[in-house]
Design a protein around this ligand. Sequence first.
Ligand SMILES: [Zn+2]
Ligand SMILES: [Zn+2]
Length: 117
Amino acid sequence: MSDESTPDEYPTLTCSRCDCRWNLAYELDELQVGNRAVEQFALDHHRHTGHYPDDITPWVADCQQCPETEPFLTERPANRFARTHARHTHHAVELRSPDSGSTVVTAAEREHDSRPR
Ligand SMILES: [Zn+2]
Ligand SMILES: [Zn+2]
């Protein structure tokens, strides 16, 4: 992974669909997003192009009743979204991890019932 000639002070991302690579100097220096630079870039890339850069697989919170799905790059906000949505709407929300495991977060009234399936 160290055969690249860019300085390692900035992380880089590539996208084979766009045939492009970027270093994240803009995100770090202009947007000041710090260690969320990769996440910010990936979500922006998805927003503008409809796909994610290479090696980026999001967590997806997918409500079984609402049409929209919400992508997140880390578990914490994804989990939080799923739980809050279930809490407020009593909808079951499927939380899919990048490793392809999936959890269904159910409505608040059933949260103590944690039997598998
Ligand atoms: Zn792309
Ligand atoms: Zn819903």
